[in-house]
Design a protein around this ligand. Structure first.
Ligand code: BGC
Length: 716
């Protein structure tokens, strides 16, 4: 449709029809006559049927048959024949499930993320979806928060790269969104990742400078990559819930970032303005949300019940309603829904696309690349001829798909036991509680083997939304099992299946090797086996620090400089330190081992002076000194030695993943320009300062200090 036709359509719409476009109801509402599926969540009653007839979008339902039936029925009843939009959370895959986003981050391969999101998009569109609520671009620093699994970690630059790659994968890179792609909705705007104490839905309070410096880059990158929608966050930003926050939505998002797409609230977030105590009732909540810039109300029904009368009473400017509706119509138009409300969907295509062999192959490859080898004392890779005891509550557990795998199929997911049929197996323990008989069985099995592979972790029931934990250790029964394994004197390999950084202080001393496998997806078990036996050499690197203790949280690599930095090795008191544990996390950002060994040498800089119009090149030679081929993520960190405001101890500014054959050396170079040195000053201007800078290139955020390079930046 042409823009004029959309505007014509808008003119024909009644207020109620307009309000309908701004509502999103769960799929179950539309299904109620057919199968009586109950509505989930806090919404206890469905809206009246005529509101459903004019509604604009549907949440969380997919599949050719269901979508076709709902759309057909809707078009039949809709006076103006405006098709419904179908949206859902396709986070790490639709039916072929990839690792959770925190694992995807560990690949340090944005191009791979784009590729798998294109697969997710293809599958989702074949099943009738039009929009995914991804990427979650929230920067995270608190592993108590169950939703860290949905993020790619603690670094603004990496998050930026991954958010953009996700959008490009979901939407494709062409001008229009083709039928085998869907729209991307970046969330949760803004700074949801900072929920206080890691408790979900909790307050966020941060300075505007910090918001712009650390949190905005990834949302911005998603918008620059063309994300069609933005979802508001549950939390407050500068004292006002995001869904009622005009400076955030109209000011920053629309005026400053020029966002012209659709803003959707998070689930029930409009109505929650009442619980937040910034609206007396649902009607005021609806008024404030629309005025602040929320176009679609996801599931709270506040718009459905109040907007019409607010417009009639002139409590809302009708033009605000029109603008929001037009944006929704434009999105439907961009997706081609007016020409073909089914977007070429067919049952044959759906069957051919879902779970296709090449998708599963990619899922295995990505899972292998997401795994992070945290420790290895000459145990891995496993030798084929050794007998293995496969023990632990995750050894025969198909819960490998992660919390958001709503369209995945856990029942058909192969477990480690399925993929290691020759190993002797014992469960050893339930996930969270001890069972004596299981433990005894495991002791027996472990006694008969040469090497013990323990599969430990926490399930999807302990991660994701509304699953904050005050303590992030493994369950005591699992630690007990590990200690028993250690007591056998046999090598113990711990494979970990979890969706947040875990405090591994009680695990590390008893394990000879630790492989972080995350919730690795549909092909996760095969991927673990491939890594354990060295068919694939692990190359993942952490994108979120693993703390030593819950009391150390938040701990992240790009912390600001304090006035009392602890000198290395110092035991003295009056420094910024804990008296009972070191400052450093157990496993830092950027860290991950390989079966190969890499040395960094010959670090050099093309010149020691930089100005705004020049660039300089830093280079390092990386050599594989081992007998196996491997991949290494070479990381570039910069420190601004003196800033106008306090600056981080270091910041990631570039990275490159290289593969090296045994004895091979490659030179990796990075270009540095003044743009990379810019940051938000106290007056919020974004500029770079003259002065000294330090540069590191290394395989982790803990860098060899001898390898440090320096240059001076001159602004005139
Ligand atoms: C979550 C969002 C999600 C939405 C729809 C909410 O509870 O916070 O991330 O997209 O539900 O499923």
């Amino acid at each position: 449709m042409k823009q004029e036709q959309l505007e014509q359509l808008l003119l024909k719409m009644s207020v109620k029809e307009k309000v309908g476009q701004l509502t999103q109801f769960a799929g179950a509402f539309y299904m109620k006559h057919d199968d009586g599926t109950p509505v989930t969540g806090r919404i206890e009653f469905p809206v009246e049927d005529d509101m459903l007839d004019v509604s604009g979008s549907v949440l969380g339902i997919a599949g050719f048959e269901k979508v076709k039936a709902i759309q057909e029925n809707h078009l039949h009843r809709s006076r103006l024949g405006i098709p419904l939009l179908f949206m859902a959370d396709v986070i790490n895959g639709f039916q072929t499930i990839f690792p959770i986003p925190l694992g995807l981050g560990a690949t340090w391969e944005p191009s791979l993320i784009e590729k798998l999101q294109a697969v997710a998009s293809k599958e989702a569109s074949s099943a009738g979806l039009h929009v995914s609520f991804a990427p979650m671009a929230d920067l995270v620093r608190d592993p108590r928060w169950g939703r860290v699994m949905e993020s790619t970690g603690e670094d603004p630059y990496l998050n930026e790269r991954f958010a953009a790659a996700t959008v490009s994968g979901l939407q494709g890179r062409s001008e229009t969104i083709s039928n085998d792609h869907i729209g991307a909705c970046v969330k949760h705007f803004a700074a949801y990742g900072l929920s206080e104490g890691g408790r979900d839905y909790n307050t966020v309070d941060l300075s505007e400078r910090e918001l712009r410096e650390m949190h905005m880059p990834a949302y911005k990158a998603a918008l620059q990559a063309g994300a069609k929608l933005v979802m508001t966050a549950f939390n407050t930003v500068n004292g006002m819930p995001a869904s009622g926050n005009a400076p955030l939505l109209r000011g920053m998002l629309r005026d400053e970032l020029d966002f012209e797409g659709v803003v959707i609230s998070d689930f029930d977030a409009v109505e929650e303005l009442v619980a937040h105590g910034v609206a007396e009732n649902e009607s005021v909540a609806a008024q404030k949300a629309l005025q602040a810039g929320v176009d679609i109300d996801m599931m709270s029904l506040s718009y459905a019940r109040s907007l019409s009368s607010l417009v009639e009473q002139n409590l809302i400017d009708a033009s605000l309603l029109d603008e929001a509706v037009l944006r929704v119509l434009e999105l439907k138009n961009e997706l081609g829904l007016f020409e073909d409300p089914y977007r070429g969907m067919s049952v044959t295509n759906e069957q051919a696309v879902l779970n296709a062999a090449e998708h599963r192959k990619l899922a295995c490859e990505v899972a292998e690349k997401s795994m992070v080898l945290l420790k290895n004392q000459n145990v891995l890779p496993l030798e084929r001829n050794r007998s293995i005891a496969l023990v632990g509550p995750y050894a025969d557990n198909p819960d490998l798909l992660g919390e958001w795998s709503i369209f995945g199929n856990m029942e058909e997911t192969k477990t480690l036991k399925d993929r290691l049929p020759d190993a002797r197996y014992a469960q050893g323990s339930a996930l969270y509680h001890r069972e004596e008989t299981l433990l005894l069985e495991a002791l027996d099995v472990m006694a008969q083997a040469d090497v013990i592979v323990l599969a430990l972790g926490e399930g999807r029931d302990r991660s994701g939304e509304a699953r904050s934990r005050a303590s992030i250790t493994l369950a005591p029964c699992q630690i007990e099992l590990l200690k028993k394994a250690h007591e056998t004197g046999k090598p113990v390999v711990v494979t970990l299946f979890n969706a947040r950084p875990i405090d591994l202080t009680d695990v590390e001393p008893y394990a000879d090797a630790i492989l972080e496998c995350w919730h690795p997806g549909s092909e996760g078990a095969q991927a673990v086996v491939n890594v354990l036996f060295g068919k694939t050499n692990p190359s993942g690197k952490l994108t979120m620090s693993f703390p030593r203790a819950t009391g150390q949280i938040p701990v992240y690599y790009n912390a600001y400089k304090t006035g009392r930095p602890l000198p290395e090795g110092s035991e003295e008191r009056f420094y910024s330190r804990y008296i009972d544990i070191p400052n450093e996390p157990l496993y830092p950002f950027g860290f991950g081992l390989s079966y190969a060994a890499f040395t960094y040498s010959n670090r050099r800089i093309s010149q020691s002076e930089l100005n705004p119009s020049s660039t300089l090149i830093v280079s390092v030679d990386v050599t594989n000194t081992s007998l196996v081929a491997g991949e290494e993520v070479v990381q570039l960190y910069i420190q601004d030695v003196v800033g106008e405001v306090v600056r981080p101890v270091k910041e990631l500014k570039g990275f490159e993943k290289i593969s090296l054959l045994p004895n091979e050396t490659k030179t990796v170079s990075f270009e540095i320009d003044s743009e990379m040195l810019r940051y938000h000053h106290s007056d919020l201007s974004y500029a770079s300062d003259p002065g000294l800078f330090h540069v590191w290139m290394d395989g982790s955020s803990v860098c060899e200090d001898e390898g440090k390079l320096t240059f001076t930046f001159h602004t005139s």
